[in-house]
Design a binder for this molecule. Structure first.
Ligand SMILES: [Cu+2]
Length: 566
């Protein structure tokens, strides 16, 4: 039995609506192939989404989850007329695009939020080839979880920018928290689950809990992967097929390389070419140190594919534009950082004892066997010890495909057995699951403060006031400190003021460069990035765990035009 208090659920008006009655059923995303100067409409509105036996109320762009896939030519421009018929005011952020600041979709900073019933017209440009995505920038913990995300595929003019492939397969990776056949409640007033972020218990690939893919023997399929989850990190594998890493957040990698798995933090992308061999049944998987989940089934048919792409699959190419960046890397590795940001949590003891409560016992929410009669930190993971009433719920709530009484659990529940030795910290500095559900659900921006701290000025979050100029290259050091009330990983995202290269992780030079907009900084890790500043305006930097951002982990910085006074 849970001993922790439950959030107040007495009054349904305190939560966003969950009733799908009468709503149109969510459709599959349309592919919109757009030419330079084209315009299209994007409507935000509620849909009924079938997830196995359950039908839940979600939000879609143009009635689909994910929203439509935009396929555009590099250096083109399109006009998007957005109407908001959703549950709250909104914006659209075009993630990873180095576009004009006015269309970046940051509420109050680059535009007035679009009220419910209102509209806004974006002009978006695509200077870089690769895979991007769009999502709201108001209460993403709710709106993105509800299904508001879609992909953008930017096609380069060079036909050999990517290696040859038969087919493009775009897949979003997400999870969703269902309770009693409904999406677990969201308060319009405040974000919850701010400690770990809201982990789901249903995994969704391109919006589907049980996606089935087909391929032909000898086919090379290009998987375009985007992690749209609030907080879950995915580790994608496809045993039985060969995988070649071809690209990342923004375009191709320096060196194509064969891989057995690919890690994507929230908002990161990966471009993976897959060569299918003999006919048979395969599984696209998400693999954590403790479990393996099925993301999708893949049926490889005996129908042969044309030979060309498979013959050239063995060739591992190098991207000249990134090889050129490599030439200057040693100097940047040796240079001191221009900026240093610390990533830190401050957490109240949400079960702090009353004055006359007598002696209490403190324990780690993740390691209940670690107890103390004094406040302190867990020697195993660094987590702040909390009064034990909050630590007695069994840890772990891994996703199963559907609520348990629907009998579909064989679809995802094919993992290794989950022993009691779930050692925190053995997960490569990544929180793969919510290991402290009882505490996590009670955390809010009021009792959990996530912070980015400028180590030069001491300024935190919104008080940080960085100023750059177009053309700058800035070395930024990200230090994920263990001296924190809740050390965990953070995907650090920079908006389209530019793009960056990862220089080094814990002092080790990055072996394979790729232009990025988000980098996963693992627990206790130090990551150096080189930010190539190209676009003037007021831009955001933030953690892309939606609940961390809502809990303060963000700031904005300015980029001046070249030649203009700072
Ligand atoms: Cu974070």
């Amino acid at each position: 039995m849970q001993q922790s208090p439950q959030p107040n659920r007495a009054n349904p008006a305190e939560f966003f609506p969950t009733d799908p009655t009468g709503l149109p059923e969510a459709t599959r995303p349309a592919l919109l192939e757009l030419a330079d100067g084209d315009a299209f409409d994007l409507r935000i509105g509620p849909v009924a989404k079938r997830l196995g036996e359950a039908t839940v109320r979600m939000l879609g762009y143009n009635g689909s989850i994910p929203g439509p896939t935009l396929k555009v030519q590099q250096d083109s421009e399109v006009v998007v007329h957005v109407t908001n018929e959703g549950d709250l005011e909104g914006t659209v952020h075009w993630h990873g695009l180095r576009l004009d600041n006015a269309y970046d979709g940051v509420p109050h900073e680059t535009q007035t939020p679009i009220p419910v019933g209102g509209d806004f017209t974006y002009r978006i440009r695509f200077p870089d080839a690769g895979l991007y995505w769009y999502h709201p920038h108001i209460r993403e913990d709710y709106t993105q979880e509800m299904g508001l995300y879609g992909n953008i595929l930017v096609v380069p003019p060079e036909s050999d920018y990517w290696p040859p492939a038969h087919r493009d397969v775009l897949l979003t990776l997400d999870d969703l928290l269902l309770e009693d056949g409904k999406i677990a409640p969201f308060s319009p007033a405040e974000t919850t689950y701010t400690a770990m972020g809201r982990f789901g218990n249903v995994l969704l690939v391109s919006g589907e809990p049980d996606l089935a893919l087909t391929a032909r023997a000898g086919e090379v399929a290009r998987l375009w992967l985007t992690n749209t989850a609030n907080t879950r990190v995915f580790n994608v594998a496809l045993p039985g097929a060969r995988m070649k890493l071809a690209g990342g957040d923004s375009g191709r990698v320096e060196h194509e390389e064969f891989v057995s798995e690919v890690i994507l933090a929230p908002s990161e992308r990966a471009v993976v070419d897959v060569l299918f061999g003999q006919p048979g049944q395969l599984e696209l998987q998400h693999r954590t140190p403790d479990r393996t989940y099925r993301l999708a089934s893949v049926t490889v048919t005996g129908e042969p594919a044309a030979a060309g792409p498979a013959e050239r699959f063995e060739v591992l190419r190098t991207a000249p534009e990134l090889a050129a960046e490599r030439q200057a890397l040693d100097a940047w590795l040796d240079a001191p950082p221009d900026k240093t940001l610390a990533l830190i949590a401050e957490m109240d003891d949400i079960a702090a004892p009353a004055q006359d409560a007598g002696p209490v016992v403190y324990a780690c929410p993740m390691h209940p066997e670690v107890t103390s009669d004094q406040p302190g930190r867990c020697p195993k993971c660094g987590m702040k010890l909390l009064v034990t009433a909050f630590t007695t719920q069994p840890a772990g709530r891994e996703p199963s495909p559907m609520p348990h009484d629907h009998g579909a659990s064989e679809h995802h529940g094919n993992g290794h057995s989950h022993g009691d030795d779930h050692t925190h910290g053995a997960g490569q500095g990544i929180e793969w699951e919510d290991d402290m559900v009882a505490v996590n659900r009670l955390t809010t921006p009021a009792n959990m403060r996530w912070m980015l701290i400028d180590r030069t000025t001491g300024a935190a979050n919104a008080a940080i006031d960085w100023q750059f100029t177009e053309g700058d290259r800035v070395k930024i050091r990200l230090v994920n400190e263990m001296d924190s009330d809740h050390p965990m990983h953070h995907p650090f995202h920079l908006h389209g003021a530019g793009r960056f290269l990862v220089l080094a992780r814990d002092g080790a030079a990055e072996p394979n460069l790729v232009w990025k907009d988000t980098v996963l900084v693992r627990t206790g890790q130090t990551v150096d990035i080189l930010f190539d500043v190209t676009n003037p305006g007021l831009w955001m930097a933030h953690c892309h765990i939606a609940e961390h951002m809502q809990s303060g982990m963000m700031f904005s910085f300015t980029v001046a035009r070249q030649g203009a006074a700072r």
